[in-house]
Design a protein around this ligand. Structure first.
Ligand code: SF4
Length: 700
């Protein structure tokens, strides 16, 4: 590994000194606009762009230390080839030419047998439209490689919104500041949606009531007027009970329901099956918390719901998000700009995915699709008529599956396969990179062009490179461009540079949907979204209405109405594993990113399991003791924190630590399962039963 930083002299595209406008690339709804200060070609400071209203000049702790990450002494700065056993992390430096030649030769040989034996594996390590699935998608489409269902974070919620509202659409985040009641549902906003929290604070100053629904008593819950600590996987029951109360007390907007919804009578019949007492039993909360919330929601306008993705990582996550997404249409909250719901705004961006990703390069082929959430099982499958060819090569970029994919014992087994050829594009030698045959050094956001949509606001943000690539790093697109050339792909689209790709992202045959000059001049551009987008209905569903009943789901043989579904692993269903476990992100990490940034890791300390005092006492566990957390899938050792943040019966395994930084080379995903959600085929990270024992081998 490299131990020193070398700055490439090729700085022709970057200012030697000055400030450069950019975008935060991380998987966070806020998509901040950045200002990077460069001195003599070196980035010395990254701060929020004060001219961008959504950023307001403020970044979270993680990204304000971005220079520490870009110039990290352990950054991979040249191509590396494996010299030790898989997983040993032993590599030697090689030239780009030799790495690319050998990778292309291996891929050509596999593709000659069956290109579907090659699979991409990527997610939101960068949210940039170009460095995520721009040139990479073109490469895999031309190759005819397996397609990837990118389900690991938001698939159930995405499908839920699509079926109910027509897409990932919602209220504009800035208007939460004017709401009179804000329900923060499954979101630790202070940790993972900081700029939304500013609007909540403003609303609070204006007298709004703030209620947080979350199994964990988060930092956000601490600051709300009320916290409802429901059991994981019971959100739909709570939403249906709220509907029940809205109906029996007639806290409904009948006119909105009549004009702008579909399936009201069916939904009413379903909701009336859920009196608060029934939901309270399922959710493990007092009846009064449900009835009070229903009264407040039914009698307060404007009322707004900030939903986040944590709650949909259970078997019934899709149904739960659907039930919650029905609520604003019942009360007519959408009539107000400060009313409605926001889970994701990303569907409001007119992205030209076809121009970026060029699905036409498939030329009529229909490769099989792999689900990234079941990569553990899929890497261990042989060829079959059902599955298709065994996976022979995996190209990983913008992701760290060995740390973040569920049931990581199996994921590791798959990555250990000697007959699997693995290439990892990375900044650091992550848990996944340890298993690579080649690690290719990728640029960070300070070193490349990109363009960003957002899932928390409605501004497009442009990222210009502020510095030259550090060491021999290359952008993802440059790497796929070079591989394409070696594979003999001659289409002109493989020659397009990154700025051209940025321009293509919002260009359409009938004209550009975003003014690129404005992006160049200001760094961001605001989409022309109405203040109250669904005040008059006109949802992007087939009916143009909010679909309480989804004919599209019914046509698939599924329930057309939202309902509560028990977890795959329901609390109380197993005497061997009596505790439910959720694994929310540690505040100073973003999934598995930043875990190796020492100043942030020092704040987090070490991997922790939060456990309620009653559950700890029943097991003789004291604060700070090392515990074994285990179930039928594996064992994970970490320190216990006896904490008010955990509710009785539920433990919180904070993630996502790199496995190799844990006590015994595992992390919380050793315990999570590869079962899938009801809608969207997403993972069920928070649908997981465990037992916890004092680790007798470790002295307290
Ligand atoms: S991680 Fe989120 S809050 Fe932090 S800088 Fe990036 S977009 Fe902003």
């Amino acid at each position: 590994m490299q131990s020193s930083i070398s700055i490439s002299p090729s700085v022709s595209f970057a200012k030697a000194s000055g400030q450069v406008r950019g975008a935060c690339p991380h998987d966070c709804p806020d998509t901040c606009a950045l200002l990077t200060t460069v001195e003599n070609g070196v980035a010395v400071k990254v701060q929020g762009n004060p001219d961008h209203p959504q950023t307001g000049g403020v970044l979270c702790t993680k990204v304000s230390r971005y220079t520490e990450r870009s110039y990290h002494p352990e950054r991979v700065l040249q191509p590396l080839k494996r010299v030790g056993p898989k997983g040993s992390g032993r590599f030697e430096s090689v030239s780009w030419d030799s790495a690319l030649d050998e990778i292309a030769a291996r891929l050509k040989a596999i593709a000659a047998r069956n290109p579907e034996a090659i699979a991409p594996y990527s997610y939101a390590g960068t949210m940039g439209l170009v460095q995520a699935e721009g040139m990479a998608a073109r490469f895999f489409n031309k190759l005819g490689a397996s397609l990837l269902e990118r389900t690991i974070c938001s698939a159930a919620g995405t499908e839920a919104l699509t079926q109910t509202l027509g897409g990932k659409v919602g209220m504009k985040v800035e208007f939460f500041a004017e709401s009179k009641l804000i329900i923060i549902w499954g979101s630790n906003s202070i940790a993972s949606n900081l700029h939304f929290w500013r609007h909540v604070q403003e609303a609070k100053r204006q007298g709004a009531r703030i209620v947080c629904l979350d199994p964990r008593k988060t930092e956000t819950a601490d600051k709300c007027h009320e916290h409802i600590a429901l059991r994981p996987g019971t959100d739909a029951a709570l939403a249906l009970a709220l509907m029940h109360e809205l109906i029996v007390h007639d806290w409904l907007d009948h006119d909105y329901i009549a004009q702008h919804t579909v399936g009201w009578e069916q939904l009413k019949a379903r909701a009336l099956l859920w009196p608060p007492a029934r939901a309270a039993e399922v959710c493990g909360v007092p009846v009064a918390q449900i009835t009070t919330l229903a009264r407040d929601y039914g009698t307060t306008q404007p009322a707004a719901i900030r939903l986040n993705y944590g709650m949909q990582r259970v078997r019934g996550g899709g149904n739960a998000a659907r039930a919650i997404a029905c609520l604003p249409a019942l009360t007519g909250a959408w009539r107000h700009r400060a009313g409605g719901l926001l889970l994701s705004s990303s569907g409001m961006f007119p992205i030209n995915k076809a121009a970026l990703q060029r699905p036409d390069l498939l030329a009529g082929r229909r490769p099989r699709t792999l689900n990234m959430s079941t990569i553990g099982d899929d890497l261990l499958r042989d060829s079959s008529a059902d599955f298709g060819p065994k996976i022979e090569a995996l190209i990983v970029y913008n992701s760290n599956p060995v740390a973040v994919a569920p049931e990581s014992g199996k994921v590791v087994q798959g990555f250990e396969r000697e007959d699997l050829f693995t290439v990892v594009l990375e900044h650091f030698q992550t848990d996944t990179a340890d298993y690579a045959d080649f690690i290719l050094p990728a640029t960070t956001q300070l070193e490349h062009w990109d363009i960003h949509a957002s899932y928390g606001h409605t501004d497009v943000v442009l990222n210009r490179p502020a510095i030259a690539p550090v060491g021999q790093a290359r952008s993802n697109s440059a790497i796929f461009r070079a591989l394409a050339a070696r594979m003999g792909f001659t289409e002109p689209c493989f020659l397009e540079d990154d700025e051209t790709l940025c321009r293509a992202a919002f260009s359409h045959a009938d004209g550009d949907k975003v003014d690129f000059q404005e992006l160049l001049d200001k760094g961001f551009a605001t989409l022309p979204v109405p203040d109250a987008p669904f005040a008059d209905g006109v949802f992007p569903t087939p009916s143009g209405k909010c679909e309480f009943f989804s004919a599209r789901l019914a046509a698939q043989g599924l329930d057309g109405l939202p309902d509560h579904l028990d977890n795959h692993e329901t609390a109380g269903s197993s005497s061997d594993y009596p505790l439910a476990m959720i694994s929310p992100p540690a505040r100073n990490f973003l999934n598995s990113t930043f875990v190796n940034v020492k100043s942030l890791r020092d704040i987090e300390g070490e991997p922790l399991l939060e456990i309620h005092a009653d559950d700890a006492a029943a097991r003789g566990i004291t604060d700070g003791a090392v515990v074994r957390v285990f179930n039928q899938r594996g064992t994970y050792r970490c320190k216990a924190e006896v904490s008010k943040r955990a509710r009785p019966g539920v433990v919180n395994g904070l993630g996502v630590w790199w496995r190799k930084l844990g006590l015994d080379g595992t992390n919380v995903n050793q315990l999570t399962s590869q079962q899938l959600t009801d809608l969207g085929r997403g993972p069920v990270f928070y649908d997981c039963l465990v037992e916890v024992q004092l680790d007798e081998a470790t002295p307290v």
